[in-house]
Structures are given as C-alpha cells and as structure tokens.
Design a protein around this ligand. Structure first.
Ligand code: 7TS
Length: 405
C-alpha cells in the first residue's frame, strides 16, 4: 500500500488551494503535479551544474552530460529497454510519434501500403498518420470501437492485411481509461510484417511497462504525465530500426562530420537529438522515475485501481450520471456526463470548491462522435489522490446538481 500521507507531503502544490479549500486535483491524465524531489533536482541543476551537453571538456559540461546520460539510463531501466541507445529524448509523446511518422513512415510508405490505427487514438496518434497517408499515398485504416467502447478485436484479418506496413495503437485510453490488449495486437501485426508503434502516454505513469515483453518497435511517452517536467518525453525504438532511419531534425549534435556540401550522422540516439536538448528536464525526469520506482509500480497501479473502483461504485449513486466505459480493463480515468448539465458548467462549479476536473473532447473527437456527445467530464487519479477527495468531489457534485434542478 502507498503511504499517502507521506506522499502528499512531497507535493506542496496540493496544499496551496484557493485560501478556503485545499486543492483536489483530478486532471492527472493531462499532467501530474511534481514532487519536491523533482523540483529540487531542477533547482539544483540550474544552480550548480548548468552547462550544455556533449560539448565542453570542462568540469561542468562533463557533469551535465553525465546527468543527462544517466537520466537516459534510468528511463531505459524503467521501461526495461535492453539498450540505452534505444531511448531518444523528445519533447513528449506528440513529438515522439511525429518522429516515427516523418523519419520512418514518410520515407518508407508508398501508394498501396496501409497504415493501421484505432478509433480510440488521441489526436497525437491520429493526425500525424493522416498527414503521412496524404504525403505517401498510403491509405489509413482503423480498428473500430464496438458498442462496449472496446476495440473490435474479433476479426483482426479484416484490418491487418499483407499491405499493413505500420500499426500504431494507444496503450491506455486517455478519455476512457481502457487498457488495450496491445501485446496480442502487436503479435498479430508481426504476422503481416507491420512495424508497431505504441502510444504509452497514459500507461507508463500507471503501470510497469516492459518494452521487451511487448516487443513493439517504437514506444512513446511524456515525462510530465509521470511526475516529470514538461518539455521532455521519450521515444523508445529498436536499435536496428533507428540505425536504418534518416534523421528527423538536423543541425548540431546529430552529426558526425560536416563539410560545406554534405554531412554524416552521429550514432543513435544522438542522431535524433538535434540541437541543445531539454537537459534539466531530462534530469528532472530521471528523478521522477526514481521516485516512482521507490514507490514500486505495482503498488502505484494498485492504488490507482482501488481509487477507480471506489469512484465508479459511488458515482452510480448520483442521479442522472452516465459513465462511459465501465467494463473490465480500465483504470485511472473516468469519463462521464450528467443529464441536463453541460460538463463545462459542472467543472466551473467544482472549481469554486477548488476541485479540478477536465472537460471537453480530450483530444479524442472520434470517440466523442462515437459517444454521440461533444464533450465529457473526466476525472483522472494519481498517487497522491485519496478516497476522501473522491467523497468531496461527489458531495460537491450533488450540491451542484441540486442547484441545476
Ligand atoms: N497520447 C495520449 C494517450 C495522451 O493522453 C496524450 C495527452 C498524448 C498522446 C499527447 O501527449 P503530449 O505530452 O505530447 O501532449 N493527453 C492529454 C489529455 O488527456 N489531456 O491533456 C492532454
């Protein structure tokens, strides 16, 4: 079990509140708050060891390089990547997926090829593939959601064909909390020879991910959704694939030799890290990973699962609430609507009690279309959330609904 009292002491942000009420923060799928350990690490980096990486021979530059590369090692361990050179630092999941779309797919695909995604994707794992399809002449197909809002995995041969060259899938849905059977789908994708991309933005913060076990070709995630700073994310790629690819962006850092007419490329991962990277942010993410590992990811997952079950049980007792996707294999994220109340109005009322929930389409407009709504209210949990906070949310929701009725 997590020691929540002790964890909450690490998050001064939660104490601030609006003067009357402490903050109840239920928008963790958007971004998480940062523990004091990460804040201190960033502060210490800028105060004591700020320098650019991979350049100077002076002490500070070497220290900064060491901290930056050490963060890479921590992240490789965290997702069980076999080699550190598989870990590319990016700005986040969005940039990681774009890297694969631009530097792999747009170089490889041609008319007749197929890109396969799902109807559950965040726009970050949809729009880059639409653009890629347009540019290459490949066609974009998707695995649809069934009436239970699960991926229809019954007749996979309908979606995977010998022309499927790339299969990109969301690991855990940011609007439904659904955990997809990615391992099974990756196995299937391999039978048709497709390259596989997993959007792990919502899975890595909640559960122990093992990229070797998944055996995906690429895996993307964001630091800021797992206690780390903004501006830093990860693309994991199998080394042989990364080696075979052309660079994504170009300039300093990513080169080996440069003449006035041509250049050769640095080794991976640096071939994909053009320019000065987000150094302090990477170091901060390394600290966040240490924090999560100290808690133990299984314990983190259990805590989030327990909060989800508790919330799902209790939300049913509120009149007029419709919860989307209550079936199995979902955790951490609950989307719902209340009859007769626009989710934005609900969120504004809750905000007066310093309760932060997300409303909108959650960058998943196709899912909203499937649900037949333009927006939902969404609560999403993390390590510092408690059942008391859930009780408070539902108490406030009930009084808000009384106001409307
Ligand atoms: N993929 C998934 C599944 C996500 O949930 C998000 C962000 C992204 C990709 C993009 O991540 P970024 O760090 O590059 O922006 N999801 C959300 C959300 O649910 N609310 O705000 C951002």
């Amino acid at each position: 079990m997590l020691d929540i009292d002790s964890i909450r002491k690490d998050f001064p942000f939660l104490e601030a509140g609006n003067g009357k009420n402490p903050l109840v923060y239920f928008d963790n799928a958007s971004t998480t708050q940062k523990p004091i350990q990460v804040l201190n690490k960033l502060d210490q980096f800028y105060r004591e060891s700020n320098a650019n990486v991979h350049r100077g021979v002076y002490r500070l530059s070497q220290q900064a390089t060491e901290s930056y590369e050490n963060a890479r090692k921590k992240i490789a361990d965290f997702i069980n990547a076999k080699e550190e050179r598989s870990i590319i630092f990016t700005r986040g999941t969005t940039e990681s997926i774009n890297l694969v779309a631009y530097a792999w797919a747009q170089q490889q695909l041609k008319p007749g090829d197929e890109i396969l995604i799902t109807e559950m994707e965040h726009h970050s794992n949809l729009v880059p593939w639409q653009i890629t399809a347009k540019r290459t002449g490949a066609s974009l197909k998707y695995i649809p959601l069934n009436d239970n809002l699960e991926l229809d995995v019954t007749n996979l041969e309908n979606y995977f064909t010998p022309n499927t060259k790339i299969f990109a899938i969301i690991h855990k849905s940011n609007s439904l909390g659904k955990i997809n059977p990615v391992q099974q789908l990756i196995e299937y994708a391999k039978t048709v020879g497709a390259i596989t991309v997993v959007d792990g933005a919502q899975s890595v913060p909640h559960t122990a991910v093992d990229v070797q076990k998944l055996d995906c070709d690429f895996f993307a995630c964001s630091g800021h959704k797992m206690l780390g700073p903004t501006g830093i994310g990860i693309l994991y790629g199998k080394p042989e694939l990364l080696e075979s690819m052309e660079p994504f962006q170009s300039g300093g850092e990513m080169i080996d030799t440069v003449s006035m007419t041509e250049s050769t490329w640095n080794d991976i991962p640096w071939k994909f890290e053009a320019g000065t990277p987000s150094i302090a942010q990477a170091v901060g993410l390394g600290e966040a990973v240490d924090y999560l590992q100290n808690l133990n990811m299984q314990t983190v997952e259990d805590h989030i699962g327990e909060l989800t079950e508790y919330a799902l049980e209790n939300i049913q007792q509120i009149n007029g609430v419709k919860v989307y996707n209550q079936e199995n294999n979902r955790s951490g994220i609950i989307s719902f609507n209340v009859e007769g109340v626009h989710p934005h109005d609900l969120a504004q009322f809750l905000d007066q009690d310093e309760i932060a929930i997300r409303t909108g389409h959650h960058c998943t407009q196709p899912i909203m279309k499937k649900l037949g709504v333009s927006a939902t209210a969404r609560i999403s949990f993390y390590i510092y959330n408690t059942k008391d906070e859930i009780d408070k949310l539902f108490r406030c929701m009930k009084s808000t609904l009384n106001y409307f009725n």
